[in-house]
Design a protein. Sequence first.
Length: 420
Amino acid sequence: MKIGFFTDTYLPQVSGVATSIQTLKEQLEHYGHEVYIFTTTDPKASKEEVNIIRMPSVPFISFKERRIVVRGMWFAYLTAKELELDLIHTHTEFGAGLLGKWVGKRLEIPVIHTYHTMYEDYIHYIAKGKVVRPGHVKYLSRQFVDHSTGVVCPSQRVVDTLRGYGAIAPMRIIPTGIKFENFQQTDLAPQIRQELREKWALTEENIVLLSLSRLSYEKKIHLILEALPEIIAARPEVRLMIVGDGPYREMLETIVKEKNLTTYVVFVGEIASNKVADYYHTADYFVSASTSETQGLTYTEAMASRLQMVVAGNAYLDHLISDPSLGVTYQQEEDFVPCLLHYIESAIPVDEAVLEQKMYEISAECFGHSMLKFYQEMMVYYVTAAENKKINESKIKTKLRTFKLSPKRSKKTYAEEELL
C-alpha cells in the first residue's frame, strides 16, 4: 500500500504530532508499506530526506514555531498522482490538511484524518480569541471531519467532542503509540541520573518533580508554581524541574522570582529528543496541571520510563493511569497539593504486571497494527459508499424524469397552469 501523509507539522519541528507521525511512518514501513510525507518547508530540515515532499510555507500567525503550507497545490497533486497513492492520511485541519483533502478527491482515493488538537484550548493564539470563537471551531471541525472517509481519535475525549459538534463520520479510537524501548532504563541510567542532578544542583535527597512540555499557557504550569510554596512547606526537599521552551517561559520565570522560588525551580529549556528519556529517569514524579490533552505523549513516555505521575485527570488520563502503581489523577485545581503529598507519602511501588500490559497498549507495534486495520476497513467502506452514491444518483435521475412534461401537453398549457 502507498500512503501519503499530509501535515503542517513534521520533523525537525518538536511536537507530539511530529513524533506520532514519525512513529506511525516507521511502523507502516516495517510492515512493508510505502509512506510519503507531504509537509512544510523548514530551514532546519536535512537536505538528504527520503520520501519527504516539502511545499512552500510560512510561520503560523502567533504560533511562530509552527508553519503552514501556502503554495504547491498542483505540484502536490501531480506528485501524488505519479506515486499512485492508495490512501491519504491528513494530520492537520489547515494548509496541508485541506490540500490532502483536495488531492484525495481528485485521485478518488480514501482520506483518513487524525484529529490531534482540541482547538478550543488554543483559539487565544489567534488575535487573542477575538476573531475565532468556539462556535467557529465546532463548525469548521465538523465540516472537515465529515468530509473524511474516516477519523482517527487518540482518545474517547476526542470522539465525545466531535460527536458533540454534530460530526457523523466513522471514528475509531487509536491511542498514539511510542517506541517504549527508547525510554527503558539501561545500566547507564543511574550514572546519567547522578550527572544530571549534579548539573542542575540537585541532590539524591531531593524529590524531583518533572514538568516536560511546551511552555504555553494551556499547559497550566503556572498552577504548579502557584502551589509549590505549600508543597515545600510540607516537603522542603521538593524541587521542580521544568523541561521545554515556549512563549510562556518569561511569564513562568517571573512567577518564580515573585514567589522566591529560584532555589526550588530549575528551567532546563528545550532538549534534543534523544535526551528526553534521561530527564524522565532523573526525576521522581511527573506532574502536570494541563487539561487540554487528547493523547498526551509525555504521559506515555513517563510511564514507559517507569516514572509515576500526579496529573490533572480527564477521560483519557483516568483510563491511562488506571492503577495506583502508575500514578494518580486529580479533578480540581485545589486537589493537586493534597493529592501529590499523599501519593509521595504512600510510596506505592510499580506493579510489573500492570506496567507490562500498559506497555503493549501504548506500544508503537499496537499503534501501527491498529492503524493499518482501520485503513483496510476504510478502503472497503470508501468503495461501498461510492457505489451507494452512484445508485442514489441513478434513483434521483429516474425520479426527475417522471417530472418531465407529458407529450400530450404543450409547454404553454403547463405554464398557464403554473400561473393559476
